[in-house]
Design a protein around this ligand. Structure first.
Ligand code: NDP
Ligand code: HSE
Length: 396
């Protein structure tokens, strides 16, 4: 019998209880063990038929020698960080869906797990149900990953879809995302790109091997996305998506950022709508590949958490070595990495052609919209001096 403790009884926590209960037989067949949620750390009671599992002090969990796996589904870092660290130090493997915790403290926590020969794993922290962490960790050992670009936040993709396809207001779409259990406790983490940033950092940590702290990564959210630009881009087969992007650039540096991007209609990033997430990787041997699925929600997230529990049960020691320590100098200056931009200005096409002779003008009416050739953001800013700029978006 494997006894699991759960910290938190919200969207993810309740999903984990349900999946472990509903899949009891299947989990036994896969592991040869009965998996039982023994204790659930809560701050108050909930009206459920397993109230006897509720405990109100973390000490009851960390001091319980029967518990070998702790699932953290509280969110944030206080008290989650202390609870997770104490659990690992007590020799219990930890599974978490908490990307803030992993993005900030993953290096330290993975190292403790390694020292203790146990596991600290977190598939649900990136992409909800999608096994993207397993994919990049386990299935690309014969590849170098040149780049990764992902829609990594279900809430913002849901909001953008509802605003664009159903003409819902931002506030109504956000409220619905909250009711569906997709949003963070503070939804500005979703809307302002912070959650996507944490997730692209975790993927970059795994792919490129060193801890990248979110505070070193340029991050923009969706608040300034204009429906006018959405409509213009739609006419030329483009869409606006909030992406986390990371790629290796010269001098062993990494370009990494979170921002709304223009994507064109030949791929999964264009097609992924609603709460769906997608991550697209460019690799040397496998070529282009993608991961796609539900990025948030109770059961989809619990699906990934419970799979991690199974991995802990079946593991003979630490499964994944820790990534390397933080090296802020690895992050390239994003303003010096060339890329294409979508620009919308108040000036006419003649003026645009004069300053951007190689640009592709895609819209001429009351404003002019165009796509630049590859230039750096610093060069773009210089060229746009004197223009009345309505919007600038990066093109993937
Ligand atoms: P919820 O807010 O729904 O649940 C969090 C739970 O933790 C609540 O039940 C809350 O209790 C409880 N909690 C908070 N502080 C404490 C504490 N000190 N002691 C005991 N319990 C506490 O969040 P989610 O379930 O949505 O998210 C949990 C984590 O999973 C977050 O890190 C989130 O980012 C991540 N995640 C969420 C996904 C989703 O779709 N929702 C998907 C993937 C990851 P109370 O009821 O008292 O507030
Ligand atoms: N708030 C997050 C999202 C939850 O919307 O993607 C899943 O990590």
């Amino acid at each position: 019998m494997i006894k699991v403790a759960l910290l938190g009884h919200g969207v993810v926590g309740t999903g984990v209880v349900e999946v472990i209960k509903n899949k009891a037989e299947q989990l036994f067949e896969q592991t040869g063990e009965h998996i039982e949620v023994k204790s659930i750390l809560v701050r108050h009671d909930y009206d459920v038929d397993y109230k006897e599992k509720f405990v109100y002090s973390f000490d009851e969990i960390v001091n319980d020698e029967e518990i070998s796996i702790v699932v953290e589904a509280i969110g944030g870092t206080d008290p989650a960080y202390n609870y997770v660290k104490s659990s690992l130090l007590a020799g219990k493997s930890v599974v978490t869906s908490n990307k803030e915790l992993v993005a900030k403290h993953g290096f330290e926590l993975m190292n403790i797990a390694e020292e203790k020969n146990i596991n600290f794993i977190f598939e649900a922290a990136v992409g909800g149900a999608i096994p993207v962490i397993h994919g990049v960790r386990n299935c690309l050992k014969a590849n170098n990953v040149h780049s990764i670009a992902g829609i990594l936040n279900g809430t913002t993709n849901y909001i953008l879809t509802k605003m664009i396809d159903e003409k819902q207001s931002f506030d109504i779409a956000l409220k619905a995302a909250q009711e569906l259990g997709y949003a963070e406790a503070d939804p500005s983490a979703d809307v302002d790109g912070i959650d996507t940033c944490r997730k692209i950092c975790i993927l970059a940590d795994i792919i490129y091997g060193n801890h990248i702290l979110p505070e070193n990564v340029h991050t923009e959210g969706i608040r300034n996305v204009r429906i006018e630009d959405v409509d213009i881009l739609k006419m030329v087969g483009g869409a606006i998506k909030l992406l986390g992007v990371a790629k290796a650039v010269d001098d062993d540096k990494m370009f990494i950022m979170t921002a709304p991007h223009v994507v064109f209609n030949q791929g999964i990033l264009y097609a992924a709508n609603d709460v769906f997430n997608a991550a697209q990787l460019e690799t040397d041997n496998a070529g282009l590949m993608a991961f796609y699925g539900r990025g948030a929600g109770s059961l989809p997230t619990a699906s990934a958490v419970v799979n991690d529990i199974v991995e802990c049960v079946c593991a003979d020691g630490t499964l994944y070595p820790a990534w390397g320590q933080e090296k802020p100098e690895l992050v390239a200056d994003y303003k010096e990495v060339p890329m294409q931009f979508y620009v919308n200005v108040a000036e006419n096409a003649e003026k645009v052609e004069e300053i951007f002779p190689t640009a592709e003008i895609i819209y001429i009416k009351e404003t002019t919209a165009f796509i630049t050739e590859k230039i750096t953001e610093n060069q773009l800013t210089e060229k746009l001096t004197g223009f009345t700029v309505n919007s600038v978006l990066r093109v993937l």
